[in-house]
Design a protein around this ligand. Structure first.
Ligand code: BGC
Length: 269
């Protein structure tokens, strides 16, 4: 079964933001394995971005590393232009880049607020706007996909689970949830599918402090009915599916990939 689908993104071009580590890196590699040409966007981790590119190329794919801060309009516009100049088309955007800057409400600085909103909320808006302009101009490329384009947001379980001590982050993800739905409604009539994946606790650098101690890991596990902390590839497999024609009738959906974390009615910090 897997063999038949192995190259289901052949000749498609994908931009994955925040692809130098964690979930973004996992997604970029998976899309590459499925035959997509991948733009590996990153902000500061040159080595991580290069490692992502190397792994895509080792799997026989093509990758282009582009440094850009997704919260900056000029940098986003330049990135999309370079992607287009290099690969000629664009079929998939994965809005993955995200940061946390945690603090109790009373201690949260405006800078911590602005940085998180900039990367997690303004970034996906700027990238989705740039991508959809290209998709609309391009129309459906029948030889590669039934859709004119696919946008996948990487949100969080905290788009519905409040998270004390993280008001900037949880608010940004709540915004992402509505951004996705509104864009999905606006773009579906033109053949563009917009969806989101909301990951639970996935082992990456963003939450390393939480899972690296035994105590922290146990606390995390106590919030996950499925009994294990997720890996980036748990998200990447779903992203590859959402980007493919296998998911061609999926538009405006949020898929919680969280080992059942959202099943708990109450969630403490
Ligand atoms: C956060 C992680 C956290 C997870 C579950 C994610 O969105 O980035 O730090 O472990 O949600 O709470």
């Amino acid at each position: 079964m897997e063999a038949a689908n192995a190259k289901r993104l052949q000749n498609q071009v994908a931009i994955v933001t925040g692809a130098s580590s964690g979930i973004g890196q996992g997604i970029a590699i998976r899309l590459g394995q499925h035959g997509a040409n991948v733009v590996v966007n990153y902000h500061s981790d040159d080595e991580g971005a290069q490692a992502t590119k190397d792994q895509i190329e080792a799997a026989g794919g093509k990758a282009l590393v582009i440094k850009a801060d997704v919260s900056k309009e000029e940098e986003v516009e330049a990135m999309f232009q370079t992607a287009l100049d290099t690969f000629g088309t664009l079929d998939i955007l994965v809005n993955n880049a995200g940061i946390q800057k945690d603090a109790a409400l009373v201690d949260m600085t405006l800078d911590q607020w602005n940085k998180v909103i900039g990367t997690n909320l303004t970034g996906p808006f700027l990238c989705a706007r740039a991508a959809s302009k290209i998709f609309l101009k391009q129309g459906i490329r029948k030889e590669v996909s039934r859709a004119a384009g696919k946008i996948i947001f990487i949100s969080s379980v905290h788009d519905i689970i409040p998270w004390a001590g993280h008001v900037n982050y949880a608010t940004s993800k709540g915004g992402v949830a509505m951004m996705m739905k509104t864009m999905a409604q606006e773009l579906a009539p033109q053949g563009i599918r917009v969806n989101s994946i909301s990951p639970g606790a996935i082992k990456t650098d963003i939450n390393k402090e939480d899972w690296s101690s035994r105590e922290g890991e146990e606390k995390m596990l106590s919030q996950i009915p499925y009994g294990r902390i997720g890996e980036p590839d748990d998200i990447a497999r779903v992203a590859a599916w959402l980007a493919s024609d296998e998911a061609d009738y999926v538009a405006g959906a949020t898929i919680y990939v969280d080992g059942g974390m959202t099943l708990f009615p109450s969630f403490a910090e």
